[in-house]
Design a protein around this ligand. Structure first.
Ligand SMILES: Nc1ncnc2c1ncn2[C@@H]1O[C@H](COP(=O)(O)OP(=O)(O)OP(=O)(O)O)[C@@H](O)[C@H]1O
Length: 363
């Protein structure tokens, strides 16, 4: 049996049942996709999953899960015998017993259980008790009158179950940042549709891989929509060439992407667009440029990385596995990038360009 703990969900009063059910359903769906048999049961602040131990790490990746422990289920009285058998041959420097009694009708309190089982272990094995920094933690949870005994607690991704917060369209570029932005939205319970603008570079391969990796955090495989960026950008580039303002290409490129993303979001019933922008990280991600890009699109844009440093983003990318996909293919410079790019777009100049774009029906 695998014990699944979820923190934040339990706090959301009134929504708790709905959230628990969603999380249990999501766990079952992910396990099924991975070809692992697994049946869930919701029980007083825990989800119990009847599945083989190999399911543990898969379940830990499900948004909403705080921690996971593969456990052995038994009557309370059977614990000493079980520990005797299981822990024979181990010789930790120190140990402690940590009990949580989820079933408050159980006759012994958590402290009584800690003391009783702790004393047994000392007597049987002669190990030292260390409540601060033990090498071995014997975990016991009392659920529905039964004792669940375990020795590890694997950290989950946390957050909220996917599907509890509606849908978003995430712009995934083939860089490090945008997959992390999409992950953070999944983690907060949003369903994600991935959108990539293909520029004929290796980036598409990275994105395909990234979407596969991100799908591990989602009950359904993430849908990837690929658009031909040449076709979308061509008319914008023509206007800029006519105005002799090629240095505005990167800003208009983003506007063209966001505009198309908004159309797709509307078609898909998604409530927002997600990008991997982080303030000032590259010369083009300035507040002025982000301002111009944002006011050009009539749809909510979410930038979950806006206040993150590069190191923080890289560390999440490594943890969730998308960094490796980025490293797999050599980086390609954007084929549309002019020699000089605008870093602090002037709004008056933009209005002038916007008027021309409007004449062409592009904005
Ligand atoms: N070809 C693309 N397809 C889809 N989205 C894109 C593409 N290029 C950029 N984006 C979106 O625009 C955001 C900003 O892109 P930009 O190239 O300025 O930044 P970046 O620091 O390289 O970001 P990333 O590391 O995510 O590529 C990206 O995070 C992504 O959400």
């Amino acid at each position: 049996m695998i014990i699944v703990r979820y923190g934040e969900i339990a706090i959301k009063r009134g929504k708790r049942k709905e959230f628990e059910k969603k999380l249990a359903d999501n766990i079952e769906k992910i396990l099924k996709r991975k070809g692992i048999p697994g049946k869930t049961k919701i029980s007083r602040g825990r989800i119990l999953v009847d599945a083989p131990n190999e399911a543990t790490n898969i379940i830990a990746k499900t948004p909403g899960v705080v921690s996971v422990s593969p456990a052995e289920v038994m009557e309370y009285e059977e614990i000493p015998n079980y520990l005797k058998k299981t822990l024979m041959g181990f010789n930790p420097k120190s140990f402690k017993v940590e009990t949580q009694r989820l079933d408050k009708t159980f006759l012994k309190t958590s402290l009584e259980i800690n003391k009783e089982i702790g004393e047994f272990v000392v007597k049987e094995f002669g190990w030292k008790v260390d409540l601060e920094n033990p090498e071995l933690v014997i975990g016991i949870e009392i659920i529905d009158g039964k004792a669940y005994v375990f020795f590890e607690k694997i950290k989950g991704v946390g957050g909220l179950p996917v599907g509890t917060q509606g849908k978003v369209v995430a712009l995934i570029s083939g860089g490090i940042d945008s997959p992390v932005a999409a992950f953070l939205m999944l983690k907060r319970g949003a369903e994600v549709i991935a959108l990539h603008f293909d520029q004929g570079t290796n980036a598409k391969k990275v994105v395909e891989k990234v979407v596969e990796i991100l799908s591990d955090y989602s009950p359904e495989p993430i849908e990837l929509i690929v658009e031909n960026h040449f076709e979308i950008l061509k008319p914008y580039v023509s206007v800029l060439a006519k105005l002799q303002k090629r240095e505005w290409t990167c800003i208009l490129c983003k506007i063209a992407m966001l505009k198309r993303a908004a159309e797709i979001a509307k078609e898909e019933g998604a409530l927002g667009i997600v990008t991997g922008d982080s303030l000032g990280q590259v010369a083009s991600q300035t507040l002025s440029n982000l301002f111009i890009e944002t006011i050009s699109v009539d749809y909510p844009i979410y930038r979950p990385l806006i206040g993150f440093d590069k190191e923080e983003i890289v560390s999440i990318a490594k943890r969730i596995g998308t960094y490796d996909a980025f490293l797999e293919y050599p980086y390609c410079e954007c084929p549309f990038r002019p020699n000089r790019v605008i870093t602090q777009g002037k709004i008056t100049e933009f209005y002038f360009i916007r008027d021309e774009l409007r004449k062409e029906g592009l904005l």
